[in-house]
Design a protein around this ligand. Structure first.
Ligand SMILES: Cc1ncc(COP(=O)(O)O)c(C=O)c1O
Length: 370
């Protein structure tokens, strides 16, 4: 389109609901219809928030964007939609959904509740870890789809994490969407609970059918689950806050990425170990993993106790597995993240606490069985 045929720029929309708009809404309703007035204001605020999100994620139209309370709700909505396929006779018992074996617990529960219960079959794709390249992930997914085909299973749904919860890996979603399309998968859903603010999120580029991302994780918005206490206007404000924030959404990603890489490298060097996932460098996620020592089973490590409550223990989930690649036994990985409440200084304390434990020949056998 050249300059002459371009439509005149639309006048800028006010970002927040203005006092004049509130007065105007109230004047349309009698005092008895206070609820209608509030509903109209709520809708206006929702629409503005959805428009801000639409631009952030490069969606085509605001109608493609909905605000729900959390990622789990979005997953349930998608799975209910898929379950109708069985109820209406479009899908058949044994039709499959494909997802990573490490899909988030609540997602797996929803798959059980809506998909398996209505006759669906689940194919779990193992996620290689430690990981050396994206191709390994793509290869595993491709093999799972090929196997489904050999077994004459129609794949009705692929659930792909954008960033897996544990271990923390950025998934090459675009590539996996492409192989799902080529394999004739009916619906593709990206669970990007850790998406926006953490990795690049571009609806047109990714090309999935459904994509959900929390705003309250890496975009620092208040939890919209508590809509009563977080007004829609509050959400719009929070969304707009990120625009001037340290270079906007790219600034947030860079800030978290650079800091987590610094922390991960520092820990790996101090412990004489390695990062579990090199793609952290390419994708810029605020999570990483460092091998640290002989932890024998998956556990939540109460580092908080060791550090006298000075750090947030959720950042220090320790992941372990009895079997690693090629049958080699692997040990523990520390999942780390950089956030507003989680700073580099905290990780120096973490480094020292773990070094101390290793020096004391600590193993999980000494943890209570809970
Ligand atoms: C990969 C993944 N999916 C889904 C969820 C659930 O998100 P929510 O608690 O917002 O429902 C999480 C939460 O951490 C997650 O990591």
């Amino acid at each position: 389109m050249n300059a002459t045929s371009a439509p005149a720029a639309a006048p800028p929309q006010p970002l927040f609901i203005t006092p004049a708009e509130i007065v105007s809404e109230f004047s349309h309703h009698t005092p008895l219809s206070l609820a209608s007035t509030m509903a109209a204001l709520l809708q206006l605020g929702m629409l503005r928030s959805r428009n801000v999100i639409k631009d952030l994620i490069n969606a085509d139209h605001v109608d493609e964007v909905s605000i729900v309370d959390n990622a789990t709700t979005a997953v349930s909505i998608v799975l209910q939609h898929i379950a109708w396929g069985f109820a209406e006779g479009r899908f058949y018992p044994g039709d499959a959904t494909v997802m990573f074996h490490c899909a988030y617990g609540a997602v797996k529960k929803s798959v059980e509740a809506y998909f398996v219960r209505t006759g669906g079959y689940v194919i779990e794709v193992p996620l290689p870890f430690p990981l050396y390249s994206d191709d390994e992930i793509v290869q595993e997914f491709r093999q799972a789809l090929e196997k489904a085909k050999q077994n004459n299973r129609r794949v009705r749904l692929a659930i792909i994490d954008h960033v897996t919860f544990m271990p923390t890996v950025v998934i090459p979603v675009k590539q996996i969407v492409n192989i799902c399309r080529s394999a004739g998968v009916d619906h593709i859903f990206i669970d990007a609970a850790h998406g926006i603010g953490c990795v690049d999120v571009d609806m047109k580029q990714i090309g999935a059918d459904f994509y959900t991302s929390n705003l309250h994780k890496w975009l620092f918005c208040p939890p919209s689950a508590t809509f009563d206490s977080c007004t829609v206007e509050g959400l719009t404000k929070a969304l707009l806050c990120i625009i001037p924030f340290e270079g906007g959404i790219d600034g947030i990603k860079k800030r978290n990425h650079d800091a987590v890489v610094e922390m991960g490298e520092m820990l790996a060097k101090a412990w004489g170990t390695h990062l579990g996932c090199p793609s952290v460098f390419e994708h810029g996620y605020g999570g990483s993993a460092c091998l640290f020592g002989s932890v024998e089973r998956s556990t939540h490590f109460e580092v908080t106790n060791i550090l006298e409550g000075q750090v947030w223990c959720r950042s220090f989930d320790i992941l372990s597995s009895t079997q690693g690649r090629g049958g080699r036994s692997i040990y523990g990985y520390a999942q780390i993240s950089y956030q507003v409440y989680n700073k580099v200084e905290d990780y120096y304390k973490f480094r020292d606490a773990i070094s101390q434990l290793v020096q004391n020949a600590f193993t999980c056998a000494s943890l209570p069985n809970s």
